[in-house]
Design a protein around this ligand. Sequence first.
Ligand SMILES: C[S@@+](CC[C@H](N)C(=O)[O-])C[C@H]1O[C@@H](n2cnc3c(N)ncnc32)[C@H](O)[C@@H]1O
Length: 296
Amino acid sequence: MVGIFKEHERHSPVMLGDVLDEFEKVSKRLSSLVAIDCTLGQAGHSIEIFKNLKRGVLLSIDKSKCSIDWVSRYYCFTEKKLVQDNKVWEIIHDDFANLNEILESRGLKYFDFLIADLGFSNLQLQQNIGISYSNQSQKLDMRYGDEGIDAATFLNTVTKSELEQILLNCVQMQKSLVGPVAQAIVTFRQKRKFVYVKDLVNAIGKFGDRVKMKVFHGIRVHINQEITKLYKLLEVIKQRQSELGLSLIISFNSIEEQVITSCLGVHEIREPNITEIVSNVQARSAKLHIYKKQIS
Ligand SMILES: C[S@@+](CC[C@H](N)C(=O)[O-])C[C@H]1O[C@@H](n2cnc3c(N)ncnc32)[C@H](O)[C@@H]1O
């Protein structure tokens, strides 16, 4: 066991085979390369990319301090770096929306390979941050990093109409449900404040599991500004990806897909095969978006 985390509960990297196949294609074209993992998590993708990197640098970013600390301990980093032969792996505690600044501060103009595996990791499910409605005793926080307000403060202060907009925009909740769900939340807090996951579960209990999942998802997307951050990342990808490079984005829902398609235009999309879906529940709704500037 490392830190709070048991090895058998480690995050299983989604579509790893496809990711490594694409990485190999870029590696064959370039003798030295700059690779970016925007979502380090528990380094499921990063470690395999680093093993396959022959020469160059891998920068792995995560806004969760817990992820950075876990990887740093697990792989024995010194000062957030691991140096081996002709290659360096650096882990960076930051938001991927700041990729421009991250590259600039290291004197890098372009990257050659990028992966972003969106959402949260198993590590975060086990932290006390209330991402899932099934962890009822956890605090309602939902922040991946430490910026912005936590979910409890948000739910105790948001207006009913703002909440309705968020449920519509962030998770495309059915219009007929948006008003009643927002009303149930506002009514609950007139009696007591939101603190724990169980408070939100109680407030919307009568709507059933599908709606509960959507509400938790919508609030998480809003709290972490997931759509805005994704737009920012995609803009940097368009500007900073080298001519022979490629970017992979793994999305998990239709809003992310729409954002990626509207920003990157026509690109290849792959889905996990049935074997992976059966063995890794996290892969169930995954879609791998492959963006290249040149057709190879
Ligand atoms: C699905 S997990 C990645 C798992 C990783 N690929 C692995 O195999 O272990 C997503 C990670 O992205 C991080 N994340 C989400 N949004 C982010 C953002 N805007 N900037 C940086 N990291 C972010 C989360 O904190 C989480 O650790």
